[in-house]
Ligand binder design. Structure first.
Ligand code: BGC
Length: 817
């Protein structure tokens, strides 16, 4: 293609409008007349989810079999950029095999609150870790000729209000925490596309947020690629295009094309503005369409890689010495997950696994001496007394109990947030009974995000597998029996209870989400308060061996920080260690976290082997964002460099003085922001104080002129005498599926259908009528949505007008004769 200016001249306005919107759910619009093909976009971050028919972005309908890699919380715990590179290469091969040109990932939103339903897919609470891992993933996929989509830009940190919520935050939190990973990945790995998030940021939808898309992403960071909307994430098509959001997905929304054509006709939108986006779409097509021969991926190699990631990503949280296990003992294995392992999360990232190695298969392959009792049932429906008597009958012979437990698909998924962070009641009751037997119990934990562990902590060891992907069972067996040495480190803090979370009570209570904790997210907060708030700190993870650190040095030369440390494997197992370098900035009138991760390195060491690990980074990486200067500032003063094995386990500290930076006044008035200087007081930060930080006058719930708007959650409809019928029609689909599934015989088919039923019933009430229409690929027309609303707001005539309204738009080019 390439001669874009010639192409632009040849394209009609209608064709251009078609090019900036998708079609058939996963495709861009082709222009057959000019030989412009369409390309395929497909999820996602944990594996390729290529659907041929019955498309959906909810993980409900079947997709082509592909490698289901572990989800983000597990892969991030590897702290190993090299493995992200390999995973990217493998996914690119599978994408090419399935004719996918754009892979919708990575998902690098910050884990702000442990209840966020999508935390399983996201990487970390720390932007440096997310950024470094995401960078390698993007670079390797792009290098292989497949485009990536860095998502969800930005500040998309809850699910309950993802379609209509407004994330309000101060500029410093925005820059230092929520945009940092995006910035790194955009600048260093140059993803071909960035996906705008559904939500608003400081009052403006991300898809029409010119500040985020044009000012920051394009002008400041120099981004050259395309911005694609999240599926159904466009509010006003003209505003979004003007703000720099190029491609609207999944498309086939007549109303949006109508809006664009009208705007061009009236002069509200210039052809030049439209051309910019068209050009980006053409460039994307041009760079990703390949004539290369299609090669079948080496599925076996990819399965092995999935196992390797799961093995490195598993975190040994606790071990009283019981692990590794000997293969000669008699084990009683308890828990539904042993046979039917939970290995991935629900929603758009769901992969149809090519193969699965469950723990049961892995145990059988090893010919181990074990008996098994289900103990609990994931659906929570089975009779627990009956299940317990089976466990009891097998207890006598067992020397050690291995309990496979964790969050289920019924409590954690894309589309809704968790109500609390507890483990399922039936599993905890069973744990009580297992503990009472007096036998040793090892917990093998599954799930995508932190849970409260007070009871689980009474077991002898906790091996946290997270959601380990299709090879999770094999990974668990390798680790339990010491064939491999655990080396995963938590990429997020595990709080001792939900009460520890700053402003936790305010989470998802309304559309406006005030990020009152500012930059104090994750360990940046917990390291500054009472340690009892944390069960397992950021960076924590045990090993079967021990590592000795020595000769920690830090130098400052030519605006660069260079640090090094010697690490020796002083134990009896070969294994890997993650050396973590945190920095405490000087105390000053600028509030700041106790320390921040500034570098890390994973190193593998044979027994008795010693290696020197070096870290190098720019002095400017220690800067804070000055909200008045709108720039990054490095302060003069005493910096403390800590070599550590977790954010709370510092081994050695060195000091460096920085003196030659310009002295710049703090932008803050300390007396009114005391809660940020003394984190024990953080909850005293009032909404009014937060407003001053935000420089905005309104942090309360959004007001709207009509009771119901296109943005209203479906959940709000149920209290309206007419709306409730619409609500029931939509949510009822899930409830009906659930009821029907109950009639099926016990087995995987029943469990899947029950899960889908619950998923629909929990997720749909969070949708807005606008996002439902925009994501329906033309099935639920915008004017229908508008009509329903008018009816609910009492405007019957207007409603009728919309019900009969037709937006006249030309046929799509692919349908033109
Ligand atoms: C998700 C995106 C995903 C898209 C397509 C949306 O609901 O938020 O992450 O890429 O669907 O499946």
């Amino acid at each position: 293609m390439k001669n874009y200016s010639l192409l632009l001249e040849q394209l009609t306005t209608q064709e251009k409008v078609a090019l900036v919107s998708g079609t058939e759910f996963w495709k861009t619009n082709p222009i057959p007349r000019l030989g412009i093909p369409s390309i395929n976009l497909t999820d996602g971050p944990c594996g390729v989810r290529r659907q041929e028919d019955n498309a959906d972005h909810l993980g409900l309908n079947e997709s082509q079999p592909a490698t289901a890699f572990p989800t983000g919380s597990c892969t991030a715990s590897c702290w190993n950029p090299e493995l992200f590179e390999q995973m990217g290469q493998a996914m690119a091969e599978e994408a090419k095999f399935y004719d996918v040109q754009v892979l919708l990932g990575p998902a690098v939103n910050i884990k702000r609150n442990p209840r966020c339903g999508r935390n399983f897919e996201y990487l970390s609470e720390d932007p440096l870790l997310s950024g470094k891992l995401g960078e390698r993933f993007v670079a390797s996929i792009e290098k292989a000729g497949v485009a990536t989509s860095l998502k969800h830009f930005a500040v998309n940190n809850n699910e309950n209000f993802r379609f209509n919520g407004d994330s309000r935050l101060d500029q410093r939190a925005l820059r230092e925490i929520y945009l940092k990973a995006f910035e790194r990945i955009v600048k260093k790995a140059k993803p071909s596309t960035v996906m705008s998030a559904y939500n608003k940021v400081n009052g403006l939808y991300c898809s029409e947020n010119g500040y985020l898309l044009n000012d920051i992403l394009r002008k400041e960071w120099g981004y050259q690629g395309l911005v694609v909307s999240d599926w159904g994430g466009v509010n006003h098509r003209v505003k979004s295009l003007k703000a720099g959001m190029d491609l609207e997905m999944p498309g086939d929304v007549e109303f949006y094309r109508f809006q664009l054509l009208e705007a061009i006709r009236s002069g509200e939108l210039s052809e030049i503005e439209l051309n910019q986006s068209v050009l980006r779409v053409l460039e994307l097509i041009d760079k990703t369409v390949s004539t290369e021969e299609v090669i079948e991926p080496d599925w076996k190699r990819h399965h092995d890689l999935a196992i390797e990631l799961a093995t490195e990503g598993a975190v040994l949280m606790k071990n009283d010495g019981i692990l590794p296990l000997s293969k000669d003992k008699k084990y009683l294995l308890v828990g539904d997950f042993f046979e039917d392992m939970r290995f991935q999360g629900g929603g758009s990232s769901l992969v149809n696994p090519r193969q699965i190695t469950s723990p049961k298969e892995a145990f059988e392959m090893r010919g181990l001496n074990y008996s098994f009792a289900k103990g609990y049932d994931q659906t929570g429906l089975a009779d627990s007394e009956v299940l317990w008597s089976e466990v009891e009958s097998k207890l006598a012979d067992a020397e050690i109990i291995l309990y496979f437990m964790g969050q289920t698909d019924f409590t954690e998924s894309e589309g809704y947030d968790r109500d609390d962070i507890s483990l399922p009641e039936n599993q905890l009751e069973l744990l009580d009974k297992l503990l009472l037997t007096g036998k040793k119990v090892v917990t093998i934990l599954f799930g995508g995000s932190p849970v409260e562990l007070s009871k689980v902590n009474q077991t002898n060891a906790i091996l946290n597998m997270y959601l380990p992907g299709q090879g999770g069972g094999e990974a668990a067996a390798r680790l339990l029996f010491g064939e491999k040495n655990p080396s995963g480190k938590l990429a997020e803090t595990w709080v001792s209870s939900y009460d520890s979370v700053p402003f936790g009570k305010d989470y998802v209570t309304g559309k406006v989400e005030n990020y009152r904790e500012s930059i104090f997210v994750g360990y940046r907060y917990y390291d500054g308060v009472d340690r009892s708030k944390v069960a397992y700190s950021f960076g924590h993870g045990l090993s079967y061996t021990s590592f000795d650190y020595s000769d920690f040095k830090v130098d400052y030369l030519d605006e660069k920080i260079i640090a090094s440390v010697k690490i020796k494997n002083s134990g009896k197992f070969a294994g890997a260690e993650v050396a973590q370098l945190y920095v405490s900035n000087p105390k000053s009138d600028v509030y700041k976290p106790v320390k921040e991760l500034r570098a890390f390195e994973k190193v593998f060491l044979e027994v008795d082997e010693t290696k020197v690990v070096t870290f190098e980074f720019d002095l400017k990486d220690l800067a804070y964002y000055h909200t008045q200067l709108k720039d990054w500032v490095v302060e003069n003063g005493k910096y403390l460099f800590h070599i550590a094995t977790s954010s709370q386990k510092i081994l050695d500290t060195k000091e460096i003085r920085i003196e030659e930076q310009p002295d710049i006044r703090s932008p803050y008035q300390r007396d009114i922001l005391e809660g940020y200087y003394d984190l024990a007081l953080i909850e005293t930060i009032s909404l009014e104080t937060f407003e001053t930080l935000l420089e905005s006058s309104d942090c309360s719930e959004l007001t709207q002129s009509e009771k119901y708007s296109l943005d209203s959650k479906l959940d709000e409809f149920k209290s309206h005498f007419l709306g409730k019928y619409f609500y029931r029609a939509v949510v009822g689909v899930g409830q009906k599926q659930y009821q029907n599934a109950l009639k099926l015989p016990d087995g995987p088919e029943r469990t899947t259908r029950l899960k889908n039923g619950v998923f629909i019933s929990k997720m749909m009430p969070n949708n807005s009528i606008r996002s439902m229409s925009a994501a329906s690929a033309g099935q639920f027309k915008y004017q229908m949505a508008q009509g329903i609303l008018d009816l609910m707001n009492g405007h019957v005539i207007k409603a009728m007008f919309y019900f009969f309204k037709k937006y006249k738009v030309p046929n799509l080019p692919k349908n033109q004769k």
